[in-house]
Design a protein around this ligand. Structure first.
Ligand code: C5P
Length: 400
C-alpha cells in the first residue's frame, strides 16, 4: 500500500502517455496521493483535464505559469513529494535529466528535487538502443535514479524489441518497493559477493577478469531497499559504496571467502562475484624480472576455494537461500542447470557473456533463473531492474 505517500508524476510526450492515467488511478487506489506535471509534448497525448480528473488536483504544465508559481512553486512541488516518477520517460526527458537541463516545469522540478527519482522509459526500440540513450541511462543509474523497464514486445510503431512501457500495475509495485512500503525482507540478513578478484603473480602483476561488479552492487542495494540487513563483500571495482549496505572490500578469492564466512550467519547469500578459479602458486614478494634471454617464468596455477559451494555446504550455518551466478558463453541453460547441482545452491542466475552481448561490464543484462527443475527467462533489462526483480523473488521465496 502507498498510504499517504505523495508521488509527483511527470508525464512525458510519448504514445505510452495514456498509460500514466491508469498509473495515477492505481496509485490513488492504493492510498497514495498524486500530483502531476505534464510536459508540453505530453499535452499532445493526454490533456490536463483528463490527468486532473484522475489526480483530483491541479495539473502543472509550464514553468512560467505565474498562477502555478504563486500557488505552489516548482521547488516546493518537487520537495513536497516522497518520490518523483517520470512516466513515460522519453529519450528527450532522459537526456534532459542526465544532463541537468532545466528549461521547463518538468526538468526544473527534477533538478530542484532532493527526493528519489524513478523513470519508466518508453520509446522506439532504435531510440532506446541508441548509444546516446544508453549513455544517458548509465549516467542516470550512476546518479541514483531507479529505472523501471522498458520491456520487450511489439510496439506502436510496428517494430519489435525493448522499448515498451512496463504495465502500470508493475510500476506501482516498483513504487511501493522503492518507498519501502513493502519491507518484505525486514529482519533478514543477506550476504552478496560482487566484482572480480585479483590474484597476485608478483607485487605488480595479477590475474583478473572483466567483471565490473555492477550487477552484484545493484542486488545488494535492492535487498537493502526491501529491508534486508545486507553485507556486500566486494572484489576490486571502480564503483562507489551502494546505499544502505555494509561493505567489505577484498582482493583475492581467499580473502573473499574469509570475509563471506565472517559475515555468517545469514538468511540469504547471493554470489554474484566473478571469483578467479585459479591463483598463481608462484606468487612472490619480489617482482619477476625479464632477463633478456627470452626465458619466460613458469606460471603454475592452483585452484581457489569455491565460495558458492562452501556456503551451500555450510551445514547449520548454510543460508536458507543460496543463489549463484553462471556466466556462460554457450549452452547457457544446460551448463547453468548442471552448475546448480554441482555447487549445491538453490538457484542459479544464468547469463550469456559471449563477446558482443555487452553484458560483462555493461549496464543491461539478460538472465535466466534456474530453480529446482525449471528455467525462467527474463527480458533484457537494466541490471538495476534485474536486481529489483531478483530481490522481490527472493523475498517471495522466503515468505511463502
Ligand atoms: O564455476 P563458476 O565460476 O562458473 O561458478 C559461478 C558461480 O560460482 C558464481 O555464483 C560465483 O560467484 C561462484 N564462485 C565462487 N567461488 C569460486 C568460483 C565461483 O563463489 N571460486
Amino acid at each position: 500500500m502507498l498510504d499517504g505517500k505523495r508521488i509527483l508524476l511527470i508525464i512525458g510526450g510519448g504514445i505510452a502517455a495514456y498509460k500514466s492515467l491508469e498509473l495515477a488511478r492505481l496509485i490513488r487506489r492504493r492510498g497514495g496521493e498524486v500530483r502531476a506535471i505534464l510536459t508540453k509534448a505530453g499535452q499532445e497525448f493526454v490533456t490536463p483535464l483528463s490527468v486532473g480528473g484522475l489526480t483530483h488536483d491541479k495539473v502543472y504544465t509550464d514553468l512560467f505559469d505565474l498562477t502555478a508559481e504563486a500557488d505552489m512553486g516548482h521547488i516546493q512541488l518537487s520537495r513536497d513529494a516522497d518520490l518523483l516518477v517520470v512516466c513515460p520517460a522519453t529519450a528527450d526527458l532522459m537526456a534532459k535529466i542526465a544532463h541537468g537541463r532545466a528549461d521547463d516545469m518538468a526538468s526544473t522540478a527534477l533538478l530542484a528535487t532532493d527526493k528519489p527519482v524513478m523513470i519508466v522509459p518508453a520509446m522506439n526500440v532504435r531510440m532506446w538502443e541508441h548509444a546516446a540513450t544508453q549513455r544517458n541511462l548509465a549516467q542516470l543509474i550512476a546518479d541514483g535514479v531507479s529505472v523501471v523497464g522498458p520491456t520487450e514486445g511489439s510496439m506502436a510503431c510496428g517494430e519489435f524489441g525493448p522499448g515498451r512501457l512496463v504495465e502500470p500495475d508493475e510500476i506501482v509495485e516498483a513504487i511501493e518497493a522503492k518507498l519501502g512500503g513493502t519491507q518484505l525482507l525486514a529482519g533478514r540478513k543477506a550476504i552478496v559477493t560482487a566484482g572480480p578478484t585479483h590474484e597476485p603473480i608478483d607485487p605488480v602483476r595479477y590475474i583478473a577478469n572483466r567483471s565490473s561488479g555492477k550487477q552484484g552492487y545493484a542486488i545488494a542495494e535492492a535487498l537493502a531497499l526491501l529491508g534486508a540487513d545486507t553485507h556486500l563483500v566486494s572484489g576490486p571495482t571502480a564503483l562507489g559504496d551502494p546505499r544502505g549496505v555494509k561493505i567489505t572490500r577484498v582482493e583475492t578469492a581467499r580473502e573473499m571467502l574469509a570475509a563471506t564466512e565472517a559475515a555468517l550467519p545469514a538468511d540469504i547469500a547471493i554470489c554474484a562475484a566473478a571469483v578467479a578459479d585459479w591463483r598463481a602458486d608462484t606468487s612472490t614478494n619480489s617482482k619477476l624480472k625479464k632477463d633478456g634471454s627470452g626465458a619466460v617464468p613458469p606460471l603454475s596455477l592452483v585452484e581457489n576455494p569455491d565460495i558458492l559451494a562452501t556456503l551451500s555446504a555450510a551445514g547449520p550455518k548454510r543460508p536458507q537461500l543460496v543463489v549463484g551466478f553462471a556466466a556462460e558463453t554457450d549452452d547457457v541453460i544446460d551448463h547453468a542447470t548442471a552448475k546448480r547441482v554441482r555447487k549445491g545452491c538453490d538457484w542459479i542466475v544464468a547469463n550469456d557473456v559471449s563477446p558482443g552481448t555487452g553484458i560483462m561490464g555493461g549496464d543491461n543484462n539478460t538472465v535466466h533463473i534456474i530453480t529446482d527443475g525449471a528455467a525462467e527467462h527474463w527480458d533484457p533489462m537494466p541490471k538495476a531492474q534485474v536486481a529489483t526483480k531478483l530481490a522481490e523473488r527472493v523475498a517471495l521465496a522466503l515468505t511463502s
